[in-house]
Every structure is written in C-alpha cells, then in structure tokens.
Design a binder for this molecule. Structure first.
Ligand SMILES: NC(=O)c1ccc[n+]([C@@H]2O[C@H](COP(=O)([O-])OP(=O)(O)OC[C@H]3O[C@@H](n4cnc5c(N)ncnc54)[C@H](O)[C@@H]3O)[C@@H](O)[C@H]2O)c1
Length: 94
C-alpha cells in the first residue's frame, strides 16, 4: 500500500501528471515502476518503444491502468507531443 507523500513542509503532495519522455528506457521504465507502485501520480509515457514498460501497460486490469498512458512517438520528428501534453492538462483540470 502506497503511503502518503509529503513536501518539505509536511503537506501532502497532490497527484501530478508527469510527462516522461524516454519512459521506455532504462531510467524511465524504473521510474514508471516506482511511480505506479508508490504514488498516485499519473504518467504520460512517451517513447519510440514500450518493451520495457509493457508489464505496466497490460493487462488493463492492473491497479494503475488509468494512471499510465503510453504514446509511441519520436519527439524529434513528431509534432504531437505538445498536443498530448495540452490534452492531458485539460483533462486534469476538468
Ligand atoms: N543494466 C544497467 O545497469 C544499465 C542498462 C541500461 C542503461 N544503463 C545506464 O543508464 C543510463 C541511460 O539510461 P537512460 O534511461 O537515460 O537511456 P535509455 O537509452 O535506456 O533510454 C532512453 C529512452 O529514450 C528514448 N528516446 C530516445 N530518443 C527519443 C526520441 N527522439 N523520441 C522518443 N523517445 C526517445 C529511447 O527509445 C529510450 O527508450 C546510462 O548511464 C547507462 O549506462 C544501465
């Protein structure tokens, strides 16, 4: 069970939506695992490949299924990133 995280003033940290570019890599995949297992934060996972985080994305019955969404794109040649972040921010405010 994830324990409540607090900031330096001892106030609970509200769940954030984190845009993680490189989520399918070494550091990103381990960070995604920690975020899903130990926090209530959401992750907008962006990478060309998802092999290393497949176990976090499927099956849809996973307890964090609604908190991690993977988008396969190359940020160098794909202009969708800005739109994805904007949509996610709008969903968070709703
Ligand atoms: N077993 C180990 O100890 C081990 C294994 C791997 C890496 N490492 C170390 O970890 C560090 C690197 O880890 P990392 O996570 O930064 O690198 P990484 O290469 O594992 O991850 C980077 C991720 O970014 C993605 N990416 C790159 N360019 C992109 C683009 N234009 N658009 C979208 N996605 C893109 C790649 O597909 C990749 O999944 C190094 O220090 C390395 O030595 C250690």
């Amino acid at each position: 069970m994830a324990s409540a995280r607090v900031d330096l003033d001892g106030n609970p940290i509200k769940p954030l939506t984190i845009c993680m570019i490189g989520a399918g890599g070494f550091i990103g995949s381990h960070l995604c695992e920690k975020l899903m297992a130990e926090t209530q934060h959401k992750v907008l996972a962006v990478d060309v490949y998802s092999d290393k985080i497949k176990h976090l994305l499927e099956p849809s019955s996973l307890p964090w299924a609604d908190r991690i969404h993977f988008h396969s794109l190359n940020i160098k040649s794909d202009s969708r990133l800005e739109g994805l972040v904007r949509v996610d921010l709008c969903l968070c405010k709703a």
